[in-house]
Design a protein. Structure first.
Length: 462
């Protein structure tokens, strides 16, 4: 079956596991032709093959051979012995093509012979003469890292154009952050123990830190602020900071629950370890803000702090607001039952606070005004809601979903701030995205030394 959606020509071939098939059975789920606008001779053509398999690990890079208008692609996978389904996204660059119709044949090979013969699918696509519709200067880009696909990608906020930045050697990223002023993005890799950076177009890749090979030192929650890169360590929970070029590494806190929040105006960092703590950005002047609380969010405009606490007398969860020093705390929302607020997101300009509730039979997004009034459920989704991100001045909220039992596994969705006009932004080219971040150009860009003019919204990486 073929279809066109948002100018993307996609060949969709859903395949199910045959009855009695081995747990190592694999199948091709989809084939996508990039770029996502009209393919022309001026565009480098990339094919993405989503493979349903028992293991996300690639045996070796895919291989493409072109003979005139015939394209042959071999995808190699390692089926392993895991008794669970997973997906793997293989990307292969075809190169520049002349106008015309091209036929392709894709074969999936399993080196351990767990698949009886290569799985094969064929199709075609057309390269036209019309120019590709490139991004408007006013468009914002969404950036994200994809852990299992081992890629870093970007797309316009409407999802009409998707680009695989095709950075060599990205190996299971575990953290992602953007410096919009210097136009760099940073990512950590869990199995190589290094942190790298590149320009926003994916060029000039630099390794700025290495040696983080211990499991407990895997970086997570990468955040860029005030010219520094911050992160916490998996399991160990240490919070560290270094300069943008990798120099000046210091430890801010030796223990934390992992997540933290930064107040760039006052130069403070907040984190949880038993209690909610804060300190200067170099770790000095540490003080207790409040007793048990988590998921802190700093309101840079209203100069307020938001967090979640559990009432010991009844076990209910409460979203609270307080001054930045923890004083004058007040309840905004009382959440009963066993539900836990997830993915708190603050829209100060709109005066709203959003969060998700992922219950067994109902997944939903809620919102309330920052003074605690107007509580309402605005979105109901059948899939687990992972992150909520306030859009880049477009009056919309974005969220990512995960659905382990159905395909596509993950989506990027958006709606108006009141939950109306829900639409799917992306449901292809995604495996396990995280760290979704918006970067928006301006008609008259400021000098890079003037960060206040740059529009930048991000979500925490997990």
């Amino acid at each position: 079956m073929s279809l066109r959606t948002k100018n993307l020509l996609v060949f969709v071939l859903f395949a199910s596991r045959p009855v009695g098939a081995s747990s190592a059975q694999a199948s091709i789920v989809s084939v996508a032709i990039l770029p996502t606008c009209t393919v022309t001779p001026r565009d480098r053509v990339v094919m993405e093959v989503l493979v349903l398999d028992t293991s996300p690990f690639a045996y070796k890079p895919p291989l493409a051979i072109r003979n005139a208008n015939q394209i042959y692609v071999d995808v190699f996978i390692d089926s392993g012995s895991l008794d669970m389904l997973d997906t793997h996204l293989s990307t292969v660059e075809i190169g520049f093509l002349e106008s015309g119709t091209y036929e392709y044949t894709i074969q999936v090979h399993s080196p351990d012979q767990s698949v009886a013969g290569p799985i094969q699918v064929s199709g075609s696509f057309f390269v036209g003469r019309e120019p590709c519709r490139y991004v408007r200067e006013s468009s914002c880009w969404m950036y994200w890292a994809d852990q299992w696909a081992q890629t870093i990608k970007r797309a316009t906020s409407d999802g009409l154009r998707v680009e695989n930045l095709r950075i060599p050697g990205v190996f299971y990223p575990s953290g992602f952050a953007i410096d919009p002023i210097q136009e760099k993005f940073y990512w950590a890799e869990s199995f190589t123990g290094r942190i790298r950076r590149a320009n926003l177009d994916g060029q000039i890749v630099e390794e700025i830190l290495s040696g983080l090979l211990r499991e407990e030192s895997i970086p997570q929650y990468l955040t860029f602020s005030q010219g520094y890169l911050f992160w916490s360590e998996f399991e160990a929970g240490s919070i560290l900071r270094m300069n943008a070029d990798g120099s000046g590494l210091i430890e801010i806190a030796s223990r934390s629950s992992g997540e933290f929040a930064i107040d760039s105006k006052d130069g403070k960092i907040y984190w949880r370890w038993g209690k909610l703590l804060r300190a200067n950005l170099d770790g000095s002047s540490r003080e207790v803000v409040t007793s048990e609380a988590w998921s802190p969010i700093v309101g840079p405009l209203t100069r307020k702090l938001y967090w979640i606490v559990r009432r010991p007398e009844n076990g209910c969860l409460v979203i609270q607001r307080a001054n930045l020093d923890g004083s004058e705390a007040e309840d905004l929302v009382l959440i009963g039952g066993l539900s836990t607020p997830w993915a708190l997101a603050l829209d100060e300009r709109g005066g709203r606070l959003y969060w998700a509730l992922n219950e067994d039979i109902r997944k939903s997004i809620w919102r309330v005004t920052t003074d605690g009034t107007g509580l309402e459920e605005i979105v109901v989704d059948r899939n687990h809601i992972v992150d909520i991100i306030v859009g880049p001045d477009d009056g919309k909220i974005y969220w990512t979903t995960a659905s382990p039992s159905t395909l596509p596994r993950q989506r990027i969705m958006r709606a108006n701030s009141d939950g109306s006009d829900i639409e799917t932004v992306l449901d292809w080219h995604l495996d396990s995205p995280f760290g979704l971040t918006f970067v928006c150009p301006m008609s008259n860009p400021p000098e890079r030394e003037q960060p206040k003019e740059e529009k930048h919204c991000r979500s925490p990486s997990r």
